[in-house]
Structure formats: C-alpha cells, structure tokens
Design a protein around this ligand. Structure first.
Ligand SMILES: [Zn+2]
Length: 268
C-alpha cells in the first residue's frame, strides 16, 4: 500500500496564530516543529498499519517547511513547488490520500485560521455551485485519479467540513482527527501536542483499515468554477489570461474545468 500525505500547517496541533504559519512570522520556527510532530505521528500510525510506501508532500505556502532532522526515515519527502504536478507530486498509483494539518474554508465561523488558498485576501471558491475549501479541492484532484481521502486532521471545523464533503450517511468516509477547537479565527482550545499525536497515530492506523470504506470524491464534469475576491484592486490585478478566467463583475471570476485534475491548476 502506497499513501500520499499532503500536509498543511494551520491545522497542526498547537498552531493557533498565523504568525506560526507565515515564513516572516516571529513564531514560524515553532510552527515548523509542531508540523513535524504531527507528521511523525501520522507516519508512525500508517507504518504500524502496514503501509509499505509513504510519501509526505509539504503543502503549505512556499513549500519548504519541513525540518530534515525530524523526518521519520520510513517516509520520503517532497518539498518545493514542483508546479504542474497534481498536488505537487501525487503519483497515480497511490492507494490513498491523507490531508494532515488542514483547516476549514474561508468564512467558517468556528474555523481556526480558516481560509481558502490565501490567508490574507479572503478569496472563496465554488465548483458547480458548491462553495469548497482546500480539503474539497485536494480531494477533487485525488478523486480524478480514483484515490480516496482516508484521513483528515485539523480543528473541529476542518473535520466537520471533511465529513460534509467526503463522508456519507452510511458511515463511510475518511477518519477525522480533531486536535483543537476554534473559538475565533486566531483563538481556541488546544490539545497538548503530545495528546494530539496519540490521536493522530491511532487515527492513521484506523484509516488504513478503513480504506475500503472511502470513495474517491467526484463531481460532474465539466466543472463550473467560480472565484470571489474581497478587494477590487486585487481583482483589477488578477491575471485572467494565465488563469483562463472570465471576469463576471468587480469581484468575481469564472472558469470551466474539463477535469477535476485541473481545479488547482488555474483560477487560483
Ligand atoms: Zn497552509
């Protein structure tokens, strides 16, 4: 079994402020260490369940957040943009996707550090009319390759969003592991990272055993995509040609995707 772990930083245990997640933030090094703790717990749980091949993809910001000295040797690690590759290196023969350290979409009232793609400009995305955050976007790309999401970790709101998009009334869908509860965008109730790591480890092991209960996420294609931004000046600078987008009004852009694979390739 080959598992692709796509990491983010805002949903990691102990992370509750953007200055832990931004490269220029005074607490960024702390954020990196917290990320590595969650990754180590996840790799440990996946390996304990028998995963033979584990690929960890640094998925946050400029993707050089990983600390080599803290890498578990049972995984291999992809850093750097590697633009043009789905999810920066997802291999089509992966059996499953893990979304580690994730956060809820922009505008989620109890979403700790919530945002979609940009933590500064408030942008929001819809596909076929459904507002979708990063969890859904990444699940769509993987779904194109018939790869299901088996585990999502983050705050309560991220876990709820994962179940809304990827779960089913029958009880199938990914394992979700909440490591904190948002009370406001930069505040909430944190589990101690050591306690969170126990939950992540157990969740990763359970997720492997539930692979058969997880379906790839698919929606009807072609996909009608919409991007809404907050600021007209930003919209005026947006590169429609590069993003294959049509401007609909002051703040809204649309594009059509022939394939789920492309939802993070343009209109971003
Ligand atoms: Zn991030």
């Amino acid at each position: 079994m080959k598992i692709f772990v796509f990491t983010d930083l805002e949903g990691c245990s102990g992370v509750c402020r953007f200055d832990q997640a931004r490269r220029d933030g005074p607490r960024y090094e702390e954020g990196r260490r917290l990320l590595m703790g969650d990754i180590r717990a996840c790799v440990d749980g996946l390996a304990a369940a028998g995963a033979e091949e584990i690929i960890v993809r640094d998925g946050h910001g400029a993707p050089y957040n990983l600390i080599p000295g803290r890498m578990d040797p049972r995984a291999r690690y992809i850093v750097g943009p590697w633009a043009g590759r789905p999810l920066g290196g997802l291999e089509p023969d992966c059996d499953a996707l893990v979304l580690l350290g994730h956060h809820a979409m922009a505008g989620t009232p109890d979403g700790l550090l919530c945002h979609t793609q940009s933590d500064r400009d408030g942008r929001r995305y819809w596909y076929n009319g459904r507002e979708t955050g990063e969890i859904g976007q990444e699940a769509l790309v993987a779904g194109h390759f018939d790869i299901p999401v088996i585990l999502v970790t983050g705050d309560d709101a991220a876990c709820r969003e994962a179940r809304d998009f990827l779960g089913h009334a029958t009880g199938s869908g990914p394992v979700t592991v909440s490591v904190k509860t948002g009370l406001e965008r930069e505040g909430g109730i944190l589990l101690a990272p050591d306690a969170a790591h126990e939950l992540i480890r157990a969740g990763a092991t359970e997720a492997v055993s539930r692979l058969d209960h997880c379906d790839p996420y698919t929606i009807a294609c072609p996909i009608a995509g919409r991007l809404q931004v907050m600021d007209k000046d930003f919209a005026d600078r947006y590169d429609c040609e590069k993003n294959r987008a049509t401007r609909i009004d002051d703040l809204t852009f649309e594009a059509t995707f022939d394939s789920q694979r492309d939802v993070l390739s343009y209109l971003i």
